[in-house]
Each structure stands twice: as structure tokens, then as C-alpha cells.
Design a protein around this ligand. Sequence first.
Ligand code: GLN
Length: 390
Amino acid sequence: MIKIDSKLPLVGDTIFSEMSQLARATEAINLGQGFPDFQPDSDLLEAVCNAIRHGPNQYAPMEGIQTLREVIHNKVLAHQQCEYDTNTEITVTSGATEAVTATILALVRPGDEVIVIDPAYDMYAPVVQLAGGIVRRAAMLPPSEEHLGFTLDWNAVATELNPSTRLLILNFPHNPGGGVLTTEDLDALEDLAQKYPFLLLSDEAYEHIVFDNRPYLSPVNRPSLAARCVLISSFAKTLHATGWKVGYCCAPVEISREIRKVHQFAVYSVNTAVQAGIAAYLQDSSVIAQLSAFYQRKRDRLIAGLQGSKLRPLLCEGTFFLLVDTIAVGNISEKALAIRLTKEAGVASIPVSAFYQNPNASQANHHLLRLCFAKQDSTLDFAIERLARI
Ligand code: GLN
């Protein structure tokens, strides 16, 4: 037998795969992994089918098809007042995941330090490790009675920053916390950026799902930050099509050039017809404008349904995830509870501890579960009924 000395010895299946598998095996309602249980808009399906039928169906340009890059250009300009060169600074990728991986592999050199917020989406740290980088975790402040949500702690970020910091990875609207960046956050970030020459990776996959009329602020809203930032997003959540894996990254030309070197050898180019279909569909920009209200109704339906149950909803400013406090259910680890609720109550969720560097540490267990509300109202009602019985 050949013995493989693993490059990622501690990595197993993701918590999302694990909980989805358990949900299938137990026939539980899956509010774990984040994906809609409804179809994308029929106009979008039509646009993609049309592109498949009539082309283009051969290789797309490595950087993505022109019309889709134009859509991205106009969208980022309209929402963040930040203008990227369509030809040299916008790249279509195989989902935000590939954009994140290409960015980290292109920018992080062996021994470089990378700051990852704790808790954070699961993919960042392993990819930094693959690039030979060193992960430094900056803890968020957990929810408290004063603030029923996670708070980005700029002092914690400042403590980890030093001249060897190559990259700071942000992900707002935050998965799993549901928080968004404020102007004060951008002020703090600009202050730190004046002190050290780090680059920024801003994963904004949930950019168009922000509630209660809050503005959505990206770091690229500030020119000084845009100059060092890689803005990454995806059409998955915006178009209810997580399986299509079409995302993008925008960055100044010198940075984009390096990212494209990795992208061209990782995937070369992204499937052409889906890009063409999305570009045609998004000529109508009202689609995006309606998304936050659509999800706000679902968020409020779930919150209202949980009133009087043992699950206490926390603040949810954006994304399609709601955190619930489970202390009233009992003092048991988040993962153990998520598994029991899947098997016994018939509803799968994601333990927030899984997003921490060390999921088993007591600092990672705040009695929180993440529920995905990107579901049909009937699915939510079904789940609510089951959760109310706990
Ligand atoms: N982004 C999705 C989530 O947070 C999961 C994607 C995945 O399964 N890798 O639930």
C-alpha cells in the first residue's frame, strides 16, 4: 500500500455534507446546508436553456464571457460605486469557492500570515494551509444580551496584524453570524490599512440579501480599500442556483493578473451557456432589487414561528441563515444537539461551533444552531411545527 502523507490531515467531509447526509438518512427537513428548496426564476431557466439550444456552447474566454463581465461591472458600480475594468479586472469563476481558492493560492506565499475571523466559513483556513500560509484567528465577540449577534472585534484583528500579514479574509454578510459591515467597520479597517500593507479578500456571496433597509457596504466602497481588495461573490444565492457554480472576482489589474494565472490552470473557463443565460437574464436589474424583501419575509416567518418555542432567534441582518440560541433545550454541545434534533425532532441544522478553528473548545460553543430559511414557506411551516414541539 502506498502511504500518502496528507497535505490536509485534519480535513474531513464538511459539516454541510455531514448534516445533509444525516438529513437524508433520517428523512429530516434540511435547514442545515445553505441552498434553496425551490427552483430559480423560470425566465432565468428559459435564458439558460436558450443559450444551451442556440449556443454559445464551446469554451468561454478564460476570464468569462464579455456580457457577463459587463453585468458584473455595472452591478458593482451601482451598488458599491467602485469601477473595475471589464477586460482586466473582472474574472468569472467556478463559484465563489474557486475564486477564494485561486485568490489565496495566487497571493499567499509560504510563511505569509493570513488573518481569518473566528467563526468563519470553513474553506478559508485549509486553503491558506495548502498555500503554505500561517492562519491567525481573530475572534468575534459572541452574542450577548446587549447585542444579539456576533460582533467583529477590530481590536482582535489589530492584535493579529503585523508586517508579515499578507491577507485579511472577511465574509460579510457573515456566514454563519448574519451580521453586515457598518461605516464604523470600514473606518476601522481603513485605519488598520494605513498601518500595514496587507491585502484583503472580501467574500460577499450574500451581498444582495440584507434586511431592514440596511445598506450593504463592501470594503470596495472605500477607494483606499478597493486598491488592495479582492471582491468575491457568486450568482448562487442571488439567483437561487447554488448548483450552477458561477461566481466572480474583481480586483485591481495587478492582483487580477495573478489570480487569473491560477484560475486558468484550475478550471480554465466556466461553463459558457450558463454564463450567457445569466447575463441575458440580469439585463433586467429589478431581479436583484427584490431579493432582500423576498428573504426578509422568510426570515420573519421563521422568527414568528419560533416564538414560544425553546429556540430563541438572534439578530439576522443579512444572509439566509438565522441563528437560534438553544440554552433552554439543555446544556449539551452544539454538534451533539444538532445531531439529536435531526434524528429526534426531524430538522437538520448546522452547529455554529463547526465554523470555529477548534469546534470542541468551550469558546466555540455558545449554544447556537444555524437554520437556513431559503426554503418554501410550506417547508418552513413544517419545520416550525417540529421545532415548536422540542
Ligand atoms: N455555503 C453553504 C453553507 O454555508 C454550503 C456550501 C457547501 O456545502 N460547501 O451552508
